[in-house]
Design a binder for this molecule. Structure first.
Ligand SMILES: [Zn+2]
Length: 260
């Protein structure tokens, strides 16, 4: 099965704005099964609108990408039509690259989710499941399927059980009677002192951390590879999203908190 034969119409039928990127119907690493599971991700791009992340996914399709990218306005940008290398290594029994599609979102750790983005993410996922006649437990998160556990933190700030319940209501038709407010991420326990650090101090710390990480092999929570190893793609990622060295260093530092 290839997505372009039904996904755009299904999404538009659910009221979602769909952007078909140039050439997307030709991007595939193989046919998908007739029924697909859905894995939510975040792209770890800098806070705010980061359209460069979509360009990165397109240019990086051959080695690491996902079928869909959702911007902060809630538009579904279609990147590929068949199998994509989005999941990396997963736990036994969990959906992998050949049984699921990856939905990337313009989001990073501790960034709040715009209501329009979150609504489109849920609504589109529900439309896919309704079309397949599948229940909401076909929804998975990268952070809940990855192997080893803890390798991934995306999508940040969302709870799988809560999201499955919301999607289940949408599969049943319409919205939940009370819309779920956007999630305000809770800072991790070991990150509480970050707010007290000045920009100058942060830059000093970030430079040191980045140097250390680069020396080892930077392991960022960027879009995933076929093997689950994130290495040289990080440099290309930050170049693509237009992040400055300081932004990259900061992001690397913050991500490193989650990467123990
Ligand atoms: Zn991911």
């Amino acid at each position: 099965m290839l997505l372009h034969t039904w996904l755009p119409a299904t999404l538009r039928g659910a009221g979602i704005t769909v952007v078909e990127t140039s050439g997307w119907t030709g991007r595939s690493h193989g046919s998908l099964p007739d029924k697909i599971k859905v894995v939510w991700h975040h792209d770890a791009s800098p806070p705010g609108d980061s359209p460069g992340a979509l360009n990165w996914m397109i240019s990086n399709w051959s080695s690491s990408s996902a079928q869909v990218w959702i911007d902060r306005q809630g538009r579904w940008h279609l990147v590929g039509t068949g199998v994509a290398w989005h999941a990396g290594k997963v736990k036994s029994g969990m959906p992998d690259n050949f049984s699921s599609i990856g939905i990337e979102t313009d989001h990073t750790v501790n960034e709040s989710w715009p209501a329009a983005q979150l609504d489109a993410l849920r609504r589109g996922t529900a439309a896919i499941f309704a079309k397949q006649n599948c229940a909401a437990d076909w929804l998975h998160f990268h952070k809940t399927i990855c192997d080893p556990p803890g390798r991934k933190v995306d999508p940040d700030g969302l709870d799988l059980g809560t999201e499955r319940a919301t999607v289940a209501k949408m599969i049943g038709g319409g919205s939940p009677s009370t819309p779920t407010p956007p999630t305000t991420p809770t800072p991790p326990k070991d990150d509480n002192d970050m707010a007290d650090i000045t920009d100058a101090q942060m830059n000093q710390i970030a430079d040191k951390v980045l140097a250390k990480l680069t020396a080892k092999t930077v392991r960022m929570n960027t879009v995933d590879g076929k093997t689950g190893k994130e290495t040289a793609t990080d440099t290309a990622f930050f170049a693509a999203v237009g992040a400055t060295a300081t932004d990259a260093a900061r992001a690397a530092f913050r991500s490193s908190n989650y990467y123990q």
